[in-house]
Unconditional design. Structure first.
Length: 644
C-alpha cells in the first residue's frame, strides 16, 4: 500500500509565500538603491546613513524613513506587551524630572538636610523646583524653522485622494504643536512654491494639483474652525495669493504662475470657503488687462468654475460677457489668439452645464470633503466675503477680513455676491402689521413672521405693480434665491385665494419678469405646482388660469408652460384652469398676436393636438359668441398648421 503524501498546512504554505516575497522585495530594494546611489558613501554603520541631498531638500525623505515610523523602541514595545489592568509588584514613584520621590512629601525630594548645610546648593535646588521650560518642544519653529518647512512640504507632497484625510489631520495638528503664525506662514509659502512651479496647459486635466491643494486647505480651515482655533488661514492665504497674482510694478510674475494661482483661488470658491465676488473681480481685472497671458488665465478660471459662477450671479456673468465681446470687436486681425481666448471666456460663462473633467472632479472632491473632515459641514461661517477692492485698500479700510470670522451671514457657501446693502437686509425688529393686514394674513394661512412681512409689503406698497415688485426684491437678502422663490409662491397663493379675482397680483409677477428673466423659471415652477394640486377649488384654479393668460398676453410668458397640464383629468377645477387661460388670452388684442401665442404650442406635437381637441370640445357651447368665434378659429388654424 502506497504511503499517503502528507499535505502541507496553510501556515507552511503561507510562510513559504511570504519568504519568497521578502526575497523579491530585497532584490528590488537593492536594485533601486544601486540606481539612486543611496548607499554609495554609507557602507557599514546603518545608524549614520543619510539620504541624498535632493531627497531632503524636496521633503521626500519620508519615503525612505518608513521603517522608523513602523519600528517601535524596545521600551515602548515592552509597555505594550504588559497586560491591561495588571499592576507590577513594585512601583517606583518619580517626580517631574525622573528622580525618586517620597509619598509623604507630595512627590518631592526631602531637601532640608541639603539646604541647612549648603546654602549655595539650596539655591540650585530651589531653582530646580521651578517648572522647566522646554524651549525645543514648545517653540521648535524658532529653533529650527527649516524643520517645520520640511514637515509641511513632506505632507503636501503626499497629497492624493487616498491620503487626503491623513494629510489634513496632520496639518491641522501642527497648529497645536507649533506657533500658529509659523505654521500658517509655512503652509502658505509651500503652497505658493508649488503653485508657481506648476505649469497648467489645456492638454492635461485642468488644475488637478490646484484642486487637491484647494480642497486640502479648505478642509484644514474647516477643521481648525471646528476645534475653535480660528486662525483665518483662508484670509491670509487669499491676501498673499492676490498680491502674487497682481504684484507691484517692480515685481514680475510669469504667465504660468498667474494662471496657476488664479485656478487655486477659483477652487477655493468652488469648495465653499471663498465668495464669488473676489472671483468676479479677478476675472474682470484679467479681461481688462487686454493681454494674451491675462486672457488665458481668465479663460482657465472660467473653464474651472464658470458654471458655478453663473449659478451664483448671472448678472455679473453677463457683465463679463459684454466686456469680453466689446474687447473682441476691438481686436485686430493679428490678435487671433487673444480673440480665441475671449471667445472661450464668453462660451464658458454662457453655458449652464459643463462636460469638463475638472468640473466633474471638483464635484467629486466636494462630496468627499465631509468624510475627510470627519463629519464637519461647510457652514456659512466658513465663507470669506471679500472683494479685490478690499484687498487693495488696506491703508484706508484695514485688514478686516483677518479679524474674527470675517464672514457675513448672507453669504452662501460657495456662490455668493457682494455684501448686501443696508436696505436689503431685513431689520431685526419687524414692523408691526396693521390689524386688517394681520387678519388677512391669518385668513390666507401666512403663519411665519417673514411671510407676514412680505405680505405687508405686497398689499401696502404704493406706486403700482412694478414698485411693489421692486420693494419685494429689496426685502430679500442679496443673492438669496430661496427667499425670492418664496415671494413668488406668496404672490401666487394670494391671487388664487382672493375673491373676486384681482389683476394686481399677475401684474406683480409681470414686474418680476421685467426685472430679470431668472424669475421666469420660478414662475413656471409655481404654475406647475398649481397644476399638480388636485385639492384646489374651482375658483382657485380659474384664478390661476386667468393669471397665466395675462402673463402670456402682456408679459410674453410662453404658453409651453402648459406642457404639464393633465388632459386626462376631466374634473371641473382642472377644466376651468385651461378655459380661463384661453378666455383671458382671447379677450382683447389682435388676432395675429393671439395666433402667434398659440402657435408656440407646436413645439410639442401632442400638446398642440390635445389643446386643439380641448378647445373644440369645451368652447363649442360657449355663451359668449365673440370668445367662441375666436377660439374655434384658432383651433382651425392650429389644425391647418399640423398638415402644412
Amino acid at each position: 500500500m502506497k504511503p499517503k503524501k502528507k499535505c502541507a498546512s496553510y501556515n507552511d504554505i503561507r510562510k513559504t509565500i511570504l519568504l519568497e516575497d521578502n526575497e523579491k522585495e530585497d532584490k528590488l530594494i537593492r536594485r533601486l538603491e544601486k540606481r539612486l546611489k543611496i548607499n554609495k558613501h554609507t557602507k557599514g554603520c546603518t545608524s549614520n546613513k543619510k539620504h541624498p541631498l535632493w531627497l531632503r531638500q524636496y521633503g521626500l525623505d519620508y519615503i525612505l524613513d518608513f521603517e522608523k515610523e513602523i519600528c517601535l523602541p524596545k521600551h515602548e514595545s515592552s509597555k505594550r506587551l504588559k497586560p491591561v489592568g495588571v499592576l507590577s509588584g513594585k512601583k517606583t514613584i518619580v517626580d517631574l524630572y525622573g528622580q525618586g520621590a517620597s509619598e509623604t512629601s507630595n512627590g518631592r525630594i526631602n531637601t532640608t538636610c541639603l539646604t541647612t548645610d549648603h546654602p549655595a546648593l539650596a539655591n540650585s535646588v530651589n531653582e530646580s523646583d521651578k517648572p522647566m521650560q522646554n524651549t525645543d518642544a514648545n517653540n521648535p519653529s524658532e529653533k529650527n524653522p527649516v524643520g517645520l518647512h520640511r514637515t509641511v512640504r513632506s505632507w503636501l507632497n503626499r497629497l492624493s485622494e487616498e491620503h487626503m484625510a491623513r494629510v489634513i489631520s496632520a496639518l491641522a495638528d501642527l497648529f497645536g504643536e507649533y506657533p500658529r503664525a509659523s505654521v500658517r506662514s509655512a503652509i502658505i509659502e509651500e503652497v505658493c512654491t508649488l503653485l508657481e512651479s506648476t505649469v497648467v496647459h489645456s492638454r492635461s486635466s485642468t488644475g488637478w494639483l490646484q484642486q487637491d491643494l484647494a480642497v486640502c486647505i479648505a478642509c484644514v480651515h474647516a477643521t481648525l474652525h471646528a476645534k475653535l482655533q480660528h486662525d483665518n488661514l483662508i484670509g491670509y492665504a487669499t491676501e498673499t495669493l492676490v498680491e502674487k497674482m497682481f504684484p507691484s510694478e517692480d515685481v514680475s510674475i510669469s504667465a504660468a504662475a498667474k494662471t496657476s494661482v488664479g485656478l487655486f483661488i477659483s477652487y477655493l470658491f468652488r469648495f465653499g470657503v471663498l465668495s464669488s465676488s473676489l472671483i468676479f473681480d479677478i476675472i474682470n481685472e484679467l479681461i481688462q488687462g487686454g493681454t494674451l497671458p491675462s486672457a488665458k488665465a481668465a479663460h482657465f478660471m472660467c473653464a474651472a468654475v464658470g458654471v458655478n459662477l453663473r449659478k451664483s450671479n448671472a448678472m455679473r456673468c453677463q457683465d463679463l460677457i459684454d466686456l469680453s465681446t466689446k474687447l473682441m470687436t476691438s481686436c485686430s486681425k493679428e490678435q487671433v489668439d487673444l480673440t480665441c481666448e475671449l471667445e472661450g471666456i464668453v462660451q464658458r460663462l454662457s453655458e449652464k452645464y459643463s462636460k469638463e473633467e475638472c468640473v466633474a472632479r471638483a464635484l467629486h472632491l466636494k462630496k468627499l470633503m465631509r468624510s475627510w473632515t470627519k463629519g464637519i459641514t461647510m457652514s456659512k461661517d466658513l465663507c470669506l466675503s471679500v472683494g479685490l477692492s478690499d484687498l487693495r485698500s488696506t491703508n484706508s479700510k484695514g485688514r478686516w477680513w483677518l479679524v474674527g470670522s470675517a464672514t457675513q451671514q448672507s453669504a452662501s457657501v460657495g456662490p455668493s455676491t457682494t455684501p448686501p446693502k443696508a436696505q436689503d437686509v431685513p431689520s431685526p425688529n419687524p414692523v408691526r402689521l396693521a390689524p386688517e393686514i394681520e387678519q388677512a394674513a391669518n385668513v390666507l394661512g401666512l403663519r411665519t413672521q417673514t411671510r407676514r412681512q412680505l405680505f405687508n409689503i405686497l398689499v401696502s406698497t404704493s406706486g403700482g405693480p412694478d414698485a411693489t415688485a421692486s420693494a419685494l426684491l429689496r426685502a430679500c437678502p442679496s443673492g438669496n434665491v430661496s427667499r425670492e422663490r418664496e415671494v413668488i409662491q406668496i404672490v401666487t397663493h394670494c391671487l388664487m385665494s382672493e375673491e373676486p379675482f384681482n389683476r394686481f397680483y399677475p401684474r406683480v409677477l409681470g414686474g418680476f419678469l421685467n426685472t430679470h428673466r431668472r424669475f421666469l423659471m420660478m414662475i413656471k415652477c409655481a404654475i406647475w405646482d398649481v397644476l399638480k394640486k388636485t385639492d384646489l377649488s374651482i375658483n382657485a384654479k380659474a384664478h390661476a388660469g386667468r393669471a397665466v393668460g395675462i402673463l402670456a398676453s402682456v408679459y410674453d410668458l410662453p404658453l409651453t408652460v402648459l406642457k404639464n397640464f393633465n388632459f386626462a383629468d376631466a374634473s371641473e377645477a382642472n377644466t376651468s384652469f385651461l378655459r380661463s387661460v384661453f378666455i383671458e388670452l382671447c379677450t382683447g388684442g389682435e388676432y395675429q398676436k393671439m395666433l402667434s401665442k398659440v402657435m408656440q404650442l407646436s413645439c410639442y406635437t401632442r400638446l398642440s393636438r390635445n389643446c386643439r381637441i380641448f378647445l373644440r370640445k369645451h368652447f363649442a357651447t360657449e355663451t359668449d359668441e365673440n370668445v367662441r368665434t375666436i377660439v374655434l378659429r384658432l383651433a382651425n388654424d392650429m389644425r391647418e398648421n399640423e398638415f402644412t
